[in-house]
Design a protein around this ligand. Structure first.
Ligand code: ADP
Length: 788
């Protein structure tokens, strides 16, 4: 308000003030008298109010004040004016256009020498713009404050939520095993979230390792791929997603998925990489296990030739795996699997049942397992399949999907049929087998018995199936129960003769075999009896034994009788022979011709009788005399025999030769007789040529074979056996003398030595008489044939 008057060297006078001040100052200037009323208003005041000055002097100027301000100004003026102190006050003054503007008014008192206020100088400065600016500022401030407040509140909320979000994030990261990281490519600074440290198996306090130092945290392959991915991201600005294998310091391995996004600077260059690091080890393990399980499942279904089908009941799409196509003989490229197509493959007779099974499955929800036939279009073969399925339902419980399997049971069916047929056959066989057979279970209950069984044990007409063996045979010997228990434990028991005393007192004899029968799982299912009633045979055998004993007795008696008889007959025969020879010598030619003839007959008859009795005695002796088996030189025995035959040999000029003969185990006397009889015959039955006899010997595994070959008359093959029997002769006495006992004696001697005797035709005529004598096996008592 106004310039300081002290600044001028010569202050203007009151008149001068009024001359130029009101013109110069922008303020509205006024003066009042010391007691209050206005006595001057500047032209600016008049211009501003549009009211002449004289109309406003005194207290009229108050009318231009804003009605709201007027009382306050009046009170202030009334209060201040008497005090004579300078004062400031603000109020609104009406402009000429009736607009009120704010003015700041300063009133300064002018005092006379006595200090009495004689004048008041005032200026009103238009502060409307200031006020407006202030008010605008205030408003702005208010707005600002409001906004600041709002922001602060928002910030507070945001901070709180950020804090809780951060905590949640940390928890979420921990739970999801999801770490996060940031890499500043310019500074090389690396930031890791807490979880990432955990995933890597590192302590957060040590800080995140620099990118190059992370090389130890990955397997070489993963590190290489990570490097390549980062390089690519920096070059292209496109992030990446990688599966990496982490090599933790404690040696454990983890599978992680790393994802990254790039951050660019103002120039568009990639400056940062931000990403997540997700530990998916468990997921991976589950995934691998699932893959393995799926693979195993596929392998299993493929190797078991199980076809898998999947029917989406909402879209009605049916999908078949390759094995399904194989099973149905359909070419996958031309065959479109659909429910109707499947239905068309099913044997017409089985369609209803197969569809019913499906229906039941999706109504009741239970999986089904049913068999049906299909007709393969390629080749039209009928195959038996089985199908099983599970139904999947939507949230409302409606079936929306069905997954099932099919497999071929044709062979199984055929086998079952064959098995059934076999079983029927077996039952038939057992029932009608001409043997007593019974099949029992583990509890000794009858499963089956043959008709013969029923007949043998007098059970015809009784239904024994299901009944206990012990109930059917209450009189079973106790020890048989033990046999049954052993058989049920797996033993096979047999008995050729077993008495079975029946309750009614009669005795049956059994030949039996009891063996366990096995179930398909290899366990004993029960036992099988095979029995034969041998009572009749036993009786017959008893009878036979009795007869044999009687025969042996009579045979022995007979032998004794033959021996005794022949021995005892010798004496009277000698007398008869002696008398008849005497008779012949004395009376031949003295009586008539007929008497001579009779005498000759008597002599011949007694001679023949003598020979017969001698030979018979020799025959009986073979049995009667004790067999003195010892080491015997066969050549020695032969020599003795030849000495005994010397008369015949010289008479016929026979030639007897032999190979080296062995030491044998035999009765020397009987061996002499054996050689003597055979060589004797060889000489006796000679042909027109001079008799030539040769004896050789062959070593066999357990015997010596002697062969006595002659060049005699030979024997017809049909008599080869007969000639070894007693009294069997092929010629008359006229042709060749003899009794027909010699070879029978030979046979008996050889048999007593447990050997064999036979005759063969000699090549070029004649016969070969052969016999064997047992010898110790080769190598034990090797005998060296001795030369003659
Ligand atoms: P025999 O006292 O009649 O000789 P054998 O028992 O010794 O009684 O012989 C029975 C028969 O076998 C003889 O009658 C003869 O016909 C025939 N026989 C035996 N040895 C020979 C042989 N070496 N050659 C031809 N026939 C023989």
């Amino acid at each position: 308000m106004g310039a300081d008057p002290s600044a001028d060297e010569a202050p203007p006078t009151g008149e001068e003030w009024f001359r130029w001040l009101p013109e110069l100052l922008p303020q509205l200037i006024w003066t009042c008298r010391g007691d209050g009323p206005c006595d001057y208003l500047s032209p600016q005041w008049v211009r501003y109010t549009g009211i002449p000055a004289q109309d406003q002097l005194g207290y009229a100027w108050l009318d231009q004040l804003h009605p709201e301000d007027r009382p306050r100004v009046q009170q202030a003026w009334a209060a201040i004016a008497p005090s004579g102190r300078q004062f400031d006050i603000e109020f609104r003054i009406r402009r000429y256009d009736s607009v009120y503007r704010w003015f700041k008014t300063r009133a300064t008192p002018l005092r006379n020498a006595a200090g009495v206020v004689v004048k008041w100088f005032g200026s009103n400065t238009d502060i409307q713009d200031l006020r407006d600016a202030e008010s605008a500022l205030r408003q702005v401030n208010r707005d600002l404050e409001g906004r600041v407040r709002e922001r602060t509140e928002a910030l507070a909320t945001a901070t709180a939520s950020a804090q809780s979000t951060a905590a949640q994030l940390l928890a979420a990261q921990r739970m999801a095993k999801l770490g996060s990281w940031h890499l500043d490519l310019t500074s090389g600074q690396v930031e890791w979230s807490e979880q990432l440290f955990r995933t890597m198996g590192l302590e957060p306090s040590a800080g995140a390792p620099s990118y190059p130092d992370q090389v130890h945290l990955f397997t070489p392959d993963s590190w290489r791929r990570l490097g390549a991915a980062i390089e690519e991201a920096v070059r292209t600005g496109v992030g990446y997603e990688l599966e990496l294998e982490v090599n933790r310091p404690d040696g454990t391995r983890r599978w992680c998925v790393a994802r990254a996004e790039t951050g660019r600077d103002a120039d568009g260059r990639v400056r940062t990489l931000t990403g997540t690091f997700h530990d998916v080890t468990e997921l991976k393990e589950v995934q691998q296990a699932l893959e393995k399980a799926t693979e195993r499942m596929q392998l299993a279904t493929a190797s078991a030739q199980i076809g898998v089908w999947d029917w989406n009941m909402v879209t009605n799409a049916l999908s078949w795996d390759p094995i399904m196509h194989q099973l149905y003989g359909m070419d996958p490229s031309s065959f479109n699997a659909s429910y109707e197509a499947w239905r068309a493959c099913v044997h017409p007779d089985d369609v209803a049942a197969a569809e019913k099974a499906l229906e039941v499955a999706f109504e009741g929800g239970a999986p089904f397992d049913t068999g049906f036939r299909i007709i393969r279009r390629t080749g039209g073969v009928v195959r038996h399949l089985r199908g099983a399925a599970v139904v999947h339902r939507d949230d409302m419980g409606r079936p929306d999907r069905m997954v099932g399997v099919n497999w071929d049971v044709t062979e199984q069916r055929e086998m079952e049929q064959a098995l059934l047929a076999n079983e029927r056959l077996l039952r038939e066989f057992v029932t009608h087998a001409p043997a007593a057979i019974a099949m029992l279970d583990r509890d000794m209950r009858y499963i089956q018995a043959s008709e013969r069984w029923l007949q043998d044990y007098r059970l015809v007409g009784q239904d024994i199936i299901g009944r206990s063996h012990y109930e059917v045979f209450p009189d079973l010997p106790e020890h048989w129960r033990e046999v049954h228990q052993r058989v049920l434990r797996g033993a096979i028991e047999t008995c050729d003769e077993d008495p079975f005393p029946r309750a009614d007192g009669h005795l049956e004899w059994l030949q039996w075999e009891a063996r366990p029968w096995l179930t398909p799982s290899g366990e004993v299912g029960g036992l099988l009896f095979f029995t034969q009633l041998i009572t009749a045979r036993k009786q017959l055998e008893g009878e036979l034994q009795r007869q044999k004993e009687a025969l042996e007795r009579s045979n022995t008696e007979l032998k004794q009788f033959a021996y005794v008889a022949s021995h005892d007959l010798q004496e009277p025969l000698r007398a008869v022979a002696g008398c008849s020879q005497l008779l012949a010598r004395r009376y031949t030619g003295q009586l008539d011709a007929q008497a001579d003839e009779l005498i000759r007959h008597i002599v011949e008859g007694s001679d023949r009788m003598h020979l017969l009795i001698r030979d018979l005695l020799a025959y009986s002796r073979v049995d009667q005399q004790e067999l003195k088996v010892a080491r015997t030189d066969a050549s020695e025995a032969l020599r003795t025999a030849l000495v005994n035959l010397r008369a015949a040999i010289s008479e016929t000029a026979a030639e007897v030769t032999h190979d080296k003969l062995p030491i044998v185990t035999a009765d020397h006397g009987q061996l002499v007789q054996l050689f003597q009889n055979i060589v004797g015959n060889a000489i006796k039955y000679h042909g027109p040529e001079l008799p030539r006899v040769h004896i050789d010997v062959t070593r066999h595994e357990a015997s010596w074979e002697f062969r006595i070959r002659d060049n005699g008359i030979g024997i017809e093959p049909q008599y080869f056996d007969r000639i070894f029997n007693l009294f069997q002769r092929l010629h008359t006495r006229i042709e060749y003398p003899g009794t027909g006992i010699g070879l029978a004696i030979c046979k008996k001697i050889v048999q007593r030595h447990r050997g064999r005797i036979w005759v063969e035709p000699a090549p070029g005529g004649g016969s070969i008489f052969c016999f064997t004598l047992p010898s110790p096996s080769r190598g034990t008592h090797e005998q060296t044939p001795s030369a003659d």
